[in-house]
Design a protein. Structure first.
Length: 414
């Protein structure tokens, strides 16, 4: 692939277009020194003049409104949750988004100011956005449709909404919290699916994990997963939806066991249950929770209520990873002995129990077909101990017995 060379003139043209767009509603640009006080160098500068100054690292550009208006600066989470009907700009240095509204009464202004919280919300009469050559401001798609003279008014209802939403974000600034009603689906990050495909867990642990993933998928982490790593969950509400295998243990005890199992395998890093609050950490999942590979709740409900269910679940997770992997694998290249080790049944190999391995492969294949992840061979023959012996001697042939269903182009890596 030929690397595209940097075109200075083209980059300059894009910067000019960006700054000229910023002028349309009535904003002014100055040039200042990049010092503690942002000493003004040039007022109401032209676009060409600003860009010329920005070639020097000691200078910054500053954009500010030409007439009074309200600027509500929000972090990413609050910005997304508010989704206010007006224009906005993004300030690159602070990472804050600024909503602009017409001026409001002093009492309402003070009401908004009382919400101020560092890193979450700030309120200004004149909000200035600083930028340099490499960190330019961004504007809302409808930026050119507004003028500072006709900005929307902040209605009492909108003020109440801002107050309520901002307070929720402030109160939960150290936690990921629920922002949507729970739907019967969840995100299944590929990194987690890959780990589950090599980790044999009890069905109860899988059940708990599904409900935790559901909570995470509907939490603030799907908007911004950088500011915290602790999830806050309503424990009684979580318990209501949980149905576990076995009836001889109390639900609280089974939940604790399942959490400890997930923690043992570094799927959940930590958890704590106090009264009606559950907090937990899951760095691996949090890192990839925005990945929208969806699964429906009850994914493991088709599995048999037997001791083999955890092994089957691991195999199904492995197939799920392969089918959804962007590498677009066409067939399995894993060897039989490697697969058995991955499923934690390598003892069958050590004890030369070829007939049991054949039965297990038939069982795995049948559930792979039931889940729509595998297709039956043209000749639907049972896998026998003779086939197992052949596969142990021919380590690249398992794909002829376990056939991916409608695979995409590409190859699976070992």
């Amino acid at each position: 692939m030929v690397k595209k060379t940097f075109n200075q003139a083209e980059y300059r043209q894009k910067q000019e277009k960006k700054l000229n767009q910023g002028r349309k509603p009535g904003f002014i640009f100055d040039v200042v020194l990049d010092d503690d006080t942002l000493t003004n160098v040039l007022k109401n500068a032209s676009t060409t003049c600003i860009l010329d100054y920005l070639e020097g690292k000691q200078y910054l550009g500053v954009m500010y409104p030409s007439q009074p208006c309200i600027g509500i600066a929000c972090n990413l989470l609050l910005f997304k949750l508010l989704n206010l009907p007006t224009i906005w700009a993004y300030e690159p240095f602070t990472g804050m988004f600024v909503y602009y509204f017409a001026q409001i009464s002093e009492s309402n202004f003070n009401k908004l100011k009382s919400l101020e919280n560092k890193g979450i919300i700030r309120v200004y009469n004149y909000y200035s956005i600083a930028f340099n050559k490499y960190n330019m401001p961004k504007f809302s798609p409808n930026w050119a449709d507004y003028k500072l003279s006709n900005l929307p008014q902040l209605t009492p209802q909108t003020l109440d909404f801002i107050e309520e939403t901002a307070q929720k974000v402030i109160d939960n600034k150290d936690n990921f919290f629920l922002i949507n009603n729970l739907k019967p689906l969840y995100n299944m990050p590929l990194a987690l699916s890959a780990k589950l495909g090599k980790t044999v867990l009890s069905i109860n642990a899988h059940t708990l994990l599904e409900h935790l993933l559901q909570e995470m998928t509907h939490s603030s982490a799907v908007i911004d997963n950088t500011y915290s790593d602790i999830y806050l969950v309503n424990y009684p509400q979580l318990c209501k939806g949980l149905t576990f295998q076995g009836k001889h243990k109390k639900k609280d005890f089974v939940i604790k066991e399942a959490f400890e199992e997930l923690q043992k395998h570094a799927i959940i890093d930590d958890f704590n249950i106090i009264d009606d609050k559950l907090t937990f950490e899951a760095d691996l999942i949090t890192k990839h929770i925005k990945q929208r590979i969806r699964r429906n709740m009850g994914f493991y409900s088709q599995l048999p209520p037997t001791k083999q269910a955890p092994v089957i679940a691991t195999f199904i997770n492995y197939l799920f990873w392969i089918v959804n992997c962007p590498s677009n694998y066409t067939q399995l290249t894993i060897a039989l002995d490697t697969l058995l080790t991955q499923l934690s049944v390598e003892r069958l190999l050590k004890e030369h129990r070829l007939s049991e391995i054949a039965k297990l492969l038939n069982l795995l294949r049948s559930y792979g077909v039931e889940y729509g992840l595998l297709a039956m061979p043209a000749e639907q023959k049972e896998i026998t101990s003779k086939d197992v012996k052949y596969l142990l001697q021919n380590r690249t042939e398992l794909h002829k017995y376990l056939i991916l269903n409608n695979p995409q182009k590409g190859k699976e890596k070992k």
